[in-house]
Design a protein around this ligand. Structure first.
Ligand SMILES: C[S@@+](CC[C@H](N)C(=O)[O-])C[C@H]1O[C@@H](n2cnc3c(N)ncnc32)[C@H](O)[C@@H]1O
Length: 252
């Protein structure tokens, strides 16, 4: 629903939209060969952001460790539309709100059918982007300093220790590379028995600077996440949208 349906369009425009705008500004088509620009999206979920980045002509790689996400995104990207004509799109149906029994105006809202995909994921961009996938734990998969940009969306708060993510992103970005983040700090392991380091934005900001990044943009977006637009209960995140650059030369 969020990633591959018409209903998710509004969510995508506030979650992924600012990230794509920043990437487009950072690497303008007029003077960049985008096929040489490597962009990584850790925790890519169902991979729409990864696909959007690819469709803008970049070398785009998504990383994901959940088999539910990996199998579903693989199905959508590789099989859901293929060479289908526009009329064959949106052939698959889900009922994502079926288990909601509260805050309904009408039972029809719980039964709502959502169709996917809204676009043909097999369409390749004129600019010639490439898309790849890293299936596994982000911290264990990437070591090489090869990424021109890392884009994290609703991801950094999935960490047991967010400092490890900051250090990893610094390690794998090329000198001069850009980290773009949009998301909240709803720490996934808070109030569980598992290890959880829960930093405020002010603390995380200091960690980002101490790691060696230069913070460029600090902004906020109002975003929802997998929201039933017809529900009587709505939830909105005031995300932290920031860009942080790895300097061209780093002190050793
Ligand atoms: C909150 S979802 C966000 C998905 C997507 N970025 C979006 O905005 O819809 C976080 C995703 O990160 C994945 N994830 C969490 N920790 C991860 C890790 N350490 N390595 C790889 N994927 C991870 C989860 O499985 C989940 O799909």
């Amino acid at each position: 629903m969020r990633d591959w349906s018409d209903l998710g369009e509004k969510e995508r425009s506030t979650s992924y939209g600012p990230i794509l705008d920043i990437l487009n500004c950072e690497f303008p088509v007029e003077n960049t060969n985008r096929t040489d620009i490597h962009v990584l999206t850790p925790g890519c979920g169902l991979a729409r952001l990864t696909w959007e980045i690819f469709s803008h002509g970049f070398q785009s790689e998504g990383c994901e460790f959940s088999w539910y996400m990996i199998l579903t995104s693989r199905f959508i990207v590789n099989n859901s539309a293929g060479d289908a004509a526009q009329s064959d799109l949106a052939n698959y149906r889900i009922h994502p709100f079926l288990h909601e029994t509260s805050n309904l105006l009408s039972w029809q809202d719980a039964l709502k059918e959502v169709r996917f995909p809204d676009i043909n994921p097999a369409e390749t961009p004129e600019e010639g982007g490439k898309m790849s996938f890293g299936a596994g734990e982000f911290l264990d998969l990437y070591f090489e300093e090869k990424w021109n940009a890392v884009a994290t969306c609703f991801f950094i708060d999935t960490a047991h220790n967010v400092i490890e993510y900051v250090e990893k992103i610094f390690q794998i970005l090329k000198p001069g590379g850009l980290w773009i983040n949009n998301g909240p700090l709803m720490y996934h392991f808070a109030n569980t028995s598992e290890m959880s380091v829960e930093l405020s934005w002010n603390e995380l900001r200091s960690v980002i600077l101490l790691t060696g990044f230069e913070l460029e943009l600090e902004d906020s977006e109002k975003c929802s996440y997998v929201e039933n637009p017809a529900s009587l209960l709505t939830q909105e995140f005031k995300t932290i949208l920031f860009t942080a650059r790895k300097p061209l030369s780093t002190a050793t």
